[in-house]
Design a protein around this ligand. Structure first.
Ligand SMILES: [Zn+2]
Length: 342
């Protein structure tokens, strides 16, 4: 099969379009013909070798997969060849206390498809049958691939972790990212008011179209000042962050008393200072979040059937142009998900 493979860590030039062996699958797995695969920042960290010990080499990236079932293992009963499917990106062992209580991503044996296994930048991928989900009606393969990882992450962050409720205000950093564009929509479904930031007027306009009530340009406006202004001094109850170092101190200044900061990533770096006096006097909660449970993805998908959530596809590249697609992501030129069509 054709695939995008890297044999050593480094820049986008390490991505090679070449022939790779068709994946083998076990009796509890299925072989999927990949139709579309969305990019995530994780793909760039994998390629750069941020945590080399986790990435099987040579490596095929791609965690957000849609496609058709080709063949199933002998123990797989609930899926059949021809089914149109999307793939839940996380694999737990399914037996520990975390997996059995819906906290799959805390499992000691948790792995992300396409990061800690071979992924969807390829014509075929093999996945555990438990990860196979039907594509919501009306979604194309490209749209379906734009859903799993970011909507699962945004849902877990805003509901399970931050307990965002109707009427509260949430500050969403980086609305142009896949997870930011998902967070705006999830927050609106939950009945919250959304302040979204982005780095260009064009992206701010798109954020408003997704439902953001207020937008702030994080390059030429002072985000905490704007948050205070639009909330009439009350500030944000929840801060949704995936940027880390560059936003941390501004997040602290944007939070209302009792505010909750929930973070799922550090695209700008992972070191920050905390003035602990702010945290205890204002009774802040600082929360980490990582992926989510497969059951949470099942809760999210019906909102696509109802049209209350919409995949945000920035652009579609042919598989062999994966390097150009990743470069677009690294330059933050995108709004929403960049998708490879296979
Ligand atoms: Zn487990």
């Amino acid at each position: 099969m054709k695939a995008i493979v890297f044999h050593e860590f480094g820049g986008p030039e390490k991505l090679r379009y070449e022939d790779a062996p068709e994946p083998v699958f076990s009796e509890t797995e299925a072989l999927i013909r990949v139709k579309a695969c969305a990019l995530n920042h994780l793909d760039i960290w994998a390629r750069q070798g941020t945590r080399q010990e986790r990435v099987p080499m040579p490596h095929i990236s791609g965690s957000d997969i849609s496609g058709e079932v080709v063949k199933v293992g002998s123990l797989v009963k609930n899926h059949k060849p021809g089914d149109k499917v999307l793939i839940a990106p996380g694999i737990g062992d399914g037996t520990c206390e975390y997996c059995t209580s819906g906290w799959d991503s805390l499992c000691d044996n948790y792995r992300i498809i396409g990061y800690e296994t071979q992924g969807g930048y390829a014509e075929y991928v093999s996945v555990p049958s438990a990860n196979i989900l039907p594509i919501p009606n009306s979604l194309s393969f490209e749209e379906a691939a734009a859903v799993p990882l970011v909507f699962l992450t945004a849902w877990h962050m805003l509901t399970t972790r931050a307990h965002l409720t109707a009427g509260e205000t949430v500050l969403v950093w980086g609305a142009g990212s896949g997870v930011g564009s998902a967070a705006i929509q999830v927050a609106k479904v939950l009945g919250a008011k959304v302040i979204a930031t982005a780095g260009s007027d064009e992206k701010l306009e798109k954020a408003r179209k997704l439902g953001a009530d207020w937008t702030v340009n994080h390059y030429n406006q002072d985000v905490p000042v704007e948050v205070k202004r639009v909330t009439n001094g009350k500030k944000a109850n929840v801060v949704f962050d995936h940027v880390g170092q560059a936003t941390w101190e501004k997040s602290m200044r944007s939070m209302a008393p009792g505010g909750r900061l929930v973070n799922c990533g550090v695209t700008s770096g992972g070191k920050a200072e905390i003035d602990i006096r702010y945290v205890f006097v204002r009774q802040f909660s600082l929360m980490g979040s990582y992926m989510g449970g497969r059951g949470e993805l099942l809760k999210v998908l019906p909102f696509f059937e109802e049209g209350r959530l919409k995949p945000v596809v920035d652009s579609v590249f042919p598989l062999k142009e994966a390097a150009a697609a990743q470069t677009r992501m690294e330059k933050s030129e995108h709004f929403g998900k960049i998708v490879l069509k296979i």
